[in-house]
Structure formats: C-alpha cells, structure tokens
Design a protein around this ligand. Structure first.
Ligand SMILES: Nc1ncnc2c1ncn2[C@@H]1O[C@H](COP(=O)(O)OP(=O)(O)OP(=O)(O)O)[C@@H](O)[C@H]1O
Length: 126
C-alpha cells in the first residue's frame, strides 16, 4: 500500500514547478511584461498604503494573470510539438488560450483602476 503522503514526491513537484516558473519569466516576453506590471502595482500599493482587502484583491489578480500566462505558454509549447506546421485547429487553440490571458489581464487592469484611480485623484487633487 502506498503511503498517504509522500513528502519526497511533493518536494520534487515543487522543484519542477519552480523550474517552470523560472522558464516562464526567463524566456517568455509576455510573462516578463506581466511581472513588471505586477511589480509596479505592488510599488503603487505601498505608495498609496492600500488596505488589507485591497492587497488581497491585488494579489489574487496578479496570481490569476501569472497562472493564466503559465497555462497559455504550456499550451503553446505543446501545440508547437504536436503541430509545428500551420494548422487551423492549432490556430484556434492558441488564440483561445491567448484570449484567456487577455480576459484576466483586462480584469486586472479594471480592478487596479477601481482601486488606484480614486487614490491618485485624491493624492494629486484632480
Ligand atoms: N502551428 C500553428 N498553426 C496555426 N496558427 C499558429 C501556429 N502557431 C502559431 N499560430 C498563430 O500565431 C499566433 C502566435 O503564436 P505563437 O506560438 O508564436 O505565440 P506567441 O504569443 O507569439 O508566443 P511566443 O512568442 O512565446 O511563442 C497564435 O495565436 C496563432 O494564431
């Protein structure tokens, strides 16, 4: 019978996920843009001293966008192996995966605007 929890296996999984995270931000242009956007948002959060609830929302939105970008990138890599040549179905698969990231990126921008625009207006007397 296998053990209920295999700590060694769990630690290996963390290592593989860490390698994926490194590959994402090291090699993927769009992921780097998301990383810079997240760093700027965190800097703005510190500057405007946003509330705990606002931090939770910011962290969730950043995590969702990064996660979608990772899944999109993995689908692209898989599609490139399955069909290196042009295929209309692969086009749809890649475009849909990209649309998934875009939906979350727009959601994050709107969420960020709702949190930060009033604070910017207050700070600079607009
Ligand atoms: N094998 C293919 N068959 C059909 N269309 C493709 C194929 N490969 C790419 N495309 C089209 O080109 C677009 C960009 O694909 P690509 O894999 O270059 O993604 P990318 O976002 O530019 O990512 P990266 O630059 O990281 O590879 C896809 O959304 C799709 O419309």
């Amino acid at each position: 019978m296998s053990r209920p929890i295999n700590i060694g296996k769990a630690l290996r999984s963390f290592r593989y996920a860490g390698a994926g995270l490194y590959a994402l931000f090291r090699h993927e242009n769009n992921a780097r843009i998301h990383l810079i956007a997240a760093l700027l948002t965190v800097a703005a959060g510190i500057f405007f001293n946003i509330s705990s609830t606002e931090w939770v929302l910011v962290v969730i939105l950043i995590g969702l966008v990064w996660s979608a970008e990772a899944i999109n990138t993995s689908l692209e890599k898989l599609a490139d192996v399955v069909s290196p040549e042009y295929h209309p179905a692969i086009k749809t698969v890649k475009d849909l995966a990209a649309a998934g990231v875009l939906i979350l990126a727009i959601t994050a921008v709107v969420g960020g605007a709702i949190i930060f625009i009033p604070k910017v207006c207050l700070q600079f007397n607009f």
